[in-house]
Design a protein around this ligand. Structure first.
Ligand SMILES: Nc1ncnc2c1ncn2[C@@H]1O[C@H](COP(=O)(O)OP(=O)(O)OP(=O)(O)O)[C@@H](O)[C@H]1O
Length: 291
């Protein structure tokens, strides 16, 4: 089997309990090589738990997980997996140059200066990590992962706290790596607007369960955003109302289930990823409050 034929991630019935908390449950997931997956959901939904299990930093309570065609090794990532922790740990007293040298030393046979250079080219190589801005540190942390030329990237909140330009640079470097090498990437993120054009797949977790696992374009086209008069409907029984918000005499409704015929008084549009995910986040929130 060639690398391109090996499934990057495969899980079945994967779950993790912490006492009575089910951080992840019944997770059945397949990630193909060459794909960029946005992993999103409310805080506490289980994103870091899933990435930690795939990185071998945590042990499942149930189910199985394979990465790059083999069971996840216990105690740490598979050598061809590039994992970035949410805290983006770096050696504070090292210079940028020393940090990259460490990356090279820790990844014998896999390190590629050019991959790392995409993000660190403009950084002051003589500066210590502790003197870098948080955006510069984030670029260095992601560069360390890319320099190790991983076949699978597991990035936990790589965009959190970054300015728009740095978010774009980080995403561009990740997607270029995927496009050039056929690697796969799973990015946990709340930066939905940034993800729409970079991720070909969306995985949405709700309290440990996979609620959405969809191709990004399919997800958008199967939803419709409707604006019309309160108290009336423009959708059919074949549609599912994801969220309905009444404001005065009007309402905005997100429905799932494909196209909707023209109805007098109603405006119909294809939503953006932010609108879809925000609606699911709000309804997940409402369900949690109802408990
Ligand atoms: N070591 C632990 N002990 C107890 N509960 C835990 C532990 N780790 C995670 N949890 C719980 O598991 C659930 C999922 O946590 P997780 O960190 O995976 O969420 P997340 O989606 O990554 O959240 P965020 O977006 O805030 O990073 C939460 O309810 C969390 O409190």
């Amino acid at each position: 089997m060639t690398t391109a034929e090996i499934v990057a991630v495969r899980t079945s019935g994967l779950g993790r309990r912490h006492g009575r908390t089910r951080a992840l449950r019944d997770c059945a997931l397949t990630v193909e090589p060459g794909s960029v997956v946005a992993l999103t959901g409310a805080p506490g939904a289980g994103k870091s738990t899933l990435l930690g299990l795939l990185a071998g930093l945590d042990v499942p309570s149930e189910g199985t997980a394979e990465v790059l065609g083999a069971p996840v090794p216990a105690g740490g990532p598979h050598p061809a997996v590039g994992y970035l922790d949410q805290a983006r740990p770096l050696p504070a007293s090292f210079t940028v140059h020393e940090t990259l040298r460490l990356g090279r030393a820790l990844n014998p046979g896999r390190w590629d200066d050019d991959r790392a250079a995409d993000l660190v080219g403009a950084l002051p190589h003589g500066s210590r990590v502790q003197a870098l801005s948080s955006g510069q540190r984030a670029m260095l942390a992601v560069a360390l992962v890319l320099g190790s030329t991983p076949d699978l990237l597991l990035l936990d909140e790589p965009l959190a706290g970054l300015d728009p330009l740095t978010r774009r640079r980080v995403l561009a470097a990740v997607t270029a790596h995927v496009a050039n090498t056929g690697a796969a990437a799973v990015l946990a993120s709340h930066e939905i607007e940034d993800l729409q054009n970079s991720c070909d797949r969306v995985l949405f977790l709700d309290r440990g369960r996979v609620l959405i696992d969809s191709d990004t374009d399919d997800l958008l086209t199967e939803h419709r955003l409707l604006d019309g008069p309160a108290g009336s409907t423009a959708w059919s029984d074949g549609h599912t109302v994801v969220e309905q918000r009444v404001h005065g005499r009007n309402q905005t409704v997100l429905v799932r289930g494909g196209p909707i015929g023209a109805t007098p008084g109603w405006r119909t549009s294809t939503p953006g990823l932010l609108e879809v995910i925000t609606a699911y986040l709000r309804t997940a929130d409402d369900r949690a409050e109802d408990r």
